[in-house]
Design a protein around this ligand. Structure first.
Ligand code: NDP
Length: 517
């Protein structure tokens, strides 16, 4: 990774919170561990909770010892912690921001940081607008020269539907230039996600078959084993579609489906992602039922833990129609993918914790060995599946059929496997480490552009509108809509299996993907 040479103050709003402690500060420490930070690197935490610098450093120490992937080095920690500062203030109060501006001036003078500021909004979205308005009002984002670093990093969720995302974009663009705005989706910081582009476009042999002539269908799964725990208040307003599908899964889909960029730079890569997202078939609200399944978990056991029904979780409305699971069949209407379904699913309290993309290739035109497959009870699904394992057990696997040694012709499914940890001797690095580095270095390739977020929301809002219509219809009929259920600890509702079964396909659940069936 490239070292940061330019001095910078990173201002973290919401620095008293979970993201700051678990991800941001440990990621910065990891960068320090690799000697990638400038000598006068400075972090100024800002939040309402009153902490002294020392109390904040203690909080940061806890975060680093618990969550950093680099070893804890007392000597390094002493240097690192001296660069951490804190001030308390209100997110919607001009005086607090004037005090912030003054504090930044002092830090610049003491530490020679040259007025370079990266503002990181690690707060709930309800305060994104007041914070950015006051940053602008106090002139903190004005650049005086081309290399003057004044940037804003915005966390997810970016809006809760198309209208609110557009509204937030417009608000930001009234205050800042697009090249100052870094909309984060931490999935893009994952090595395995970046590797989708290298795998596809850095090799000659995959791209020629990466299309409707060879691919039968694509499956993208983001499965979690835990229920919503104590996040009921937040989750019940969001649901699986907003929490996972609109952002992370749309990014995975865009990277899997996009055309090769002209060059590996921010605008070319993002142009192609936007084109892929624009090619997703738009749904009419009336047809949402045929393409999308939503469901809620019922009681069950996942990873040995008893999970109550979603409707009985703390903070959840007992009549909630918020989905904890969503499966979506979509098509990408362009030359490359016409007629190839993409099946996306995500859910809480499922049987496995896994994020993966399966490219399922077509069967050979003539199944010469269909009756020789080792297990005669198994139907004959396509044998060639390329699995991009995003997390955990990061790697890539290609399955194919092989003759089992012996005098008879017995066919068995086997795999070629690439594992990050085996090949590179270490697990892929942390996403926030890479994203913070890129934001400071000014590389927007792994951040979401305005049009990208809006087209993703446009397609998702159509689904949300369809669901709203279903609820209105039920209410008009004097009924309360109840979502399908799945037992916690399973792979989801039967309705999602039926979505694929209608097409003669089935979900490739990780534990059933064992090629030695
Ligand atoms: P927290 O709920 O921990 O909030 C961060 C800080 O914001 C709190 O410490 C608090 O600081 C302040 N805050 C909390 N609620 C409010 C409120 N209603 N109004 C004003 N300020 C409030 O959030 P996280 O740290 O978990 O997340 C921050 C952002 O990052 C969110 O947008 C989240 O969606 C996103 N995110 C978080 C991830 C994570 O792993 N935690 C992962 C991916 C994204 P104080 O009271 O001191 O001002």
């Amino acid at each position: 990774m490239k070292r940061i040479e330019q001095p910078v103050v990173i201002v973290v709003f919401g620095a008293s919170g979970d993201l700051s402690k678990r991800k941001l500060i440990p990621a910065l420490y990891q960068l320090a561990y690799q000697n990638l930070l400038p000598a006068n690197f400075t972090l100024l935490g800002f939040a309402r909770t009153p902490y002294t610098d020392d109390e904040f450093r203690e909080l940061a120490r806890e975060g680093v010892t618990q969550y950093s992937t680099a070893g804890f080095d007392e000597h390094l920690w002493r240097w690192f912690s001296q660069n951490l500062f804190y001030m308390s203030g209100n997110y919607d109060d001009l005086e607090s921001f004037q005090a912030l501006a003054k504090r930044l001036e002092e830090l610049d003078a003491e530490r020679n940081t040259g007025g370079n500021y990266l503002f990181y909004l690690a707060t709930p979205p309800s305060v994104f607008k007041p914070i950015t308005s006051l940053i602008a009002e106090t002139g903190l984002c004005c650049r005086t020269s081309a290399d003057h670093l004044r940037r804003i990093v915005i966390e997810k969720p970016f809006g809760h539907d198309l209208e609110s995302a557009k509204d937030l974009n417009q608000h930001l663009l009234n205050l800042f230039d697009e090249d100052q705005i870094y909309r984060i989706d931490h999935y893009l910081g994952k090595e395995t996600v970046q590797n989708i582009l290298v795998f596809r476009f850095g090799n000659g042999i995959f791209e020629p078959i990466w299309n409707r002539n060879y691919v039968d269908h694509v499956q993208i799964t983001v499965a979690e084993t835990l229920g919503i725990g104590d996040r009921g208040g937040y989750y019940d307003k969001a649901g699986a579609i907003r929490d996972m599908l609109q952002n992370h899964m749309m990014q995975l889909l865009a990277l899997t489906a996009m055309e090769p960029p002209v060059a590996f730079d921010a605008e070319d890569v993002r142009d192609q992602k936007v084109n892929a997202l624009r090619s997703i078939r738009p749904l009419d609200p009336e047809e949402v039922d045929q393409w999308v399944v939503r469901a809620q978990y019922g009681p069950g056991v996942s990873e040995g833990q008893e999970i109550p029904a979603y409707l009985e979780e703390k903070g959840v409305d007992p009549h909630s129609t918020t989905e904890t699971y969503v499966a979506w069949k979509t098509e990408i209407d362009n030359w490359r993918w016409n007629g190839v379904p993409f099946y996306l699913r995500t859910g809480k309290a499922l049987a496995g914790k896994v994020t993966e993309i399966n490219i399922v290739f077509r069967k050979p035109p003539l199944m010469l060995f269909a009756n020789l497959i080792a297990n005669p009870n198994t139907q004959v699904p396509p044998s060639n599946v390329l699995t991009l394992r995003i997390q955990p057990d990061e790697g890539i696997r290609l399955t194919f059929d092989a003759k089992r040694p012996g005098p008879a012709v017995n066919v068995e499914r086997v795999a070629m496997d690439f594992s990050y940890s085996e090949s590179f001797g270490k697990d892929p690095g942390d996403a926030y480490e890479r994203l913070l580095l890129d934001a400071i270095l000014g590389d927007t390739t792994l951040f979401i552009r305005r049009d990208e977020i809006e087209v993703a929301w446009e397609r998702i809002t159509r689904i949300l509108n369809g669901w709203k219509m279903q609820e209105e219809k039920a209410a008009q009929a004097g009924k309360r809509l109840r979502l399908p259920r799945y037992a916690a600890g399973t792979w989801g509702p039967k309705e999602a299996d039926e979505l694929l079964a209608r097409d003669g396909r089935y979900w490739r659940n990780p534990h059933t993907v064992n090629p030695r069936r």
